[in-house]
Design a binder for this molecule. Sequence first.
Ligand code: PDD
Length: 276
Amino acid sequence: QQVLTQNGFIDKNDLYYPFEERGLQFGDGIYEVIRIYHGKYYLLNEHVERLYRSAESLKLKLPFQKSEMYVYLDELLEINQISSDAKVYLQATRGSAPRDHVFPDADANLYAYAQDLARPLDKLENGVATITRPDIRWQNCYIKSLNLLPNVMMKQEAKEHGCFETILHRDNVVTECSSSNAYIVKDGTIYTHPETNNILHGCVRLRVKKLVKDLNIPFKEEAFTLSQLHDADEVFLSSSTAEVMPITKVDDTVIQDGTPGKITKAIQQAYEKDAG
Ligand code: PDD
């Protein structure tokens, strides 16, 4: 398997890092997870744009210009002969240097690799259960940073409750989930948290916004509360790996009859068409 690095492509088995890697010691870096359907990137521009926005927010200088990044990411799929459903994981850190909180005089480290990833068809059809927890993350969740400890803790807690995701709230206002964006449907209107610093500006969220506009379904970027969540007609989440995923249970509350809602299904259909 060939991995893209700041120095070009190298074999996975030849990829080593010094122990003083800022990604490891400080979580001082950013990442992207990009979806691939039938060997082709989906929402690539959106992911690359967000990567550069995250880098700028952290004053992290990426090793490539944007235009070079596109060329290398295409090469990554070609070299590894990716033709199926897959994902690319890309991360960039502030480099390797003797440990010091202050920025080092080092070049960024970057790697990106492709991995097969099947669509979660069973969950997409039947929906998933969730729990709710306080959003204990920092104030800059729009940055796709490597610091995922709260997200990891909350996702694990979901799993321990037999659930797929944890829906997060700040003072009873729902922000998003541990690794996806959250939505409700009430009286035919979709609600989701606005693109503030308190959520990751999801690439699929952006596409959902466009798809529902084409479907003439009202879409309000207005935060909703925990009680609105439990009282919703439909609930769903979105991410590059989970797609548009129906939520049929929130804590002990079964949403309506416990099956995916009509509007959620309509968006799923539009998404499938869009993703080809
Ligand atoms: N997670 N919110 C959070 C906190 C996320 O980590 C993600 C993505 C999303 C959805 O973003 P997008 O639609 O661009 O995938 C929302 C990725 C998939 C991950 O960490 O694995």
